[in-house]
Design a protein around this ligand. Structure first.
Ligand code: CO8
Length: 261
């Protein structure tokens, strides 16, 4: 499918690269981008030839510099709530895609851009990246999940500081606080993301899917209930051919040939 604001490249190695393509406004998220992200990620979710998605921004400067501020000026309370809920639903789709989504953060990831990166499974940042939740500068709060995902990633105290001051952090500080997984030179960013995607693709596909589900669902419940979720999903792994193949291959001292079954 062709998109107005996205470039989607499906590679032969089961990696899809999605680029948000509005570089003149630093890839700001308007209603079209949000709609197209929903369509695109639903399509990638259903595509058996895609195992990992990499999400990045067009141009040298930005991953995504936030929601498009021109669209926020006239927003009334009902539309504000509706727009926030729509974006949250799309970001939830990305978080729970059933396939890993790696954010390759090539520059500014601010407001909705930081929120989008946090909905991804793993974040790799260029040394030039800057992240933050500057919404208070505009008299608003994060509306695409920032007040919820940021404290889950970096802890309540740090999240409060970033959200209340609007302070941007550079890639290194983001790494130190656990907001990004890795920092790499700008010209290595996509290669790093592809390398990580290939590593994950070499593992048991159903194990990868169940592991993400256990972590995501487990974080929302008590330890006791989280452990039950883990045990259920562990049991489901034991029903797969991949588990038979993975354990046999280890004992036979060969590489496993996983089929995702
Ligand atoms: N929206 C619209 N346009 C933008 C945005 C944005 N978020 N960010 C940058 N642009 C535009 C600029 O207006 C400028 O356009 P023009 O060339 O026509 O003047 C162009 O992109 C380039 O930007 P700058 O000239 O400002 O570039 P600088 O290098 O000087 O500065 C910054 C880069 C620091 C990133 C700066 O552009 C900036 O501060 N941008 C805004 C960042 C921001 O506040 N983001 C948060 C937005 S609010 C949000 O994300 C809420 C999410 C939840 C919403 C829920 C309901 C809808």
């Amino acid at each position: 499918m062709a998109y107005e604001t996205l470039i989607v490249e499906k590679r032969e190695d089961r990696i899809a690269v999605v680029t948000i393509n509005r570089p003149k406004v630093l890839n700001a998220l308007n209603a079209t981008v949000i709609d197209e992200l929903e369509k695109c990620f639903k399509e990638l979710q259903a595509d058996p030839d895609v195992g990992v998605v990499i999400l990045t921004g067009a141009g040298e400067k930005a991953f995504v510099a936030g929601a498009d501020i021109t669209g926020l000026v006239e927003l009334d309370p009902l539309d504000g709530k509706r727009f926030a809920e729509k974006g949250q639903a799309v970001f939830n789709l990305i978080e729970n895609l059933g396939k890993p989504v790696i954010a390759a953060i090539n520059g500014y990831a601010l407001g909705g851009g930081c929120e989008l990166a946090m909905a991804c499974t793993i974040r790799i940042a260029s040394e030039k990246a800057k992240l933050g939740q500057p919404e208070v500068n505009l008299g608003i709060i994060p509306g695409y999940g920032g007040t919820q995902r940021l404290p889950r990633l970096v802890g309540k105290g740090r999240a409060m500081e970033l959200i209340l001051t609007g302070r941007m952090v550079d890639a290194q500080e983001a790494y130190q606080m656990g907001l990004v997984n890795k920092v790499v030179p700008p010209d290595k960013l996509l290669d790093e993301a592809i390398e990580m995607a290939k590593t994950i693709l070499s593992k048991g596909p159903l194990a990868v899917k169940f592991a993400m589900e256990a972590v995501n669902r487990g974080l929302e419940v008590s330890l006791e209930d989280g452990l039950k979720i883990e045990a259920d999903l562990f049991g489901m792994c034991c029903a797969t051919e991949d588990k038979v193949e993975g354990t046999k291959a280890f004992l036979e001292k060969r590489k496993p040939n996983f089929q995702g079954k």
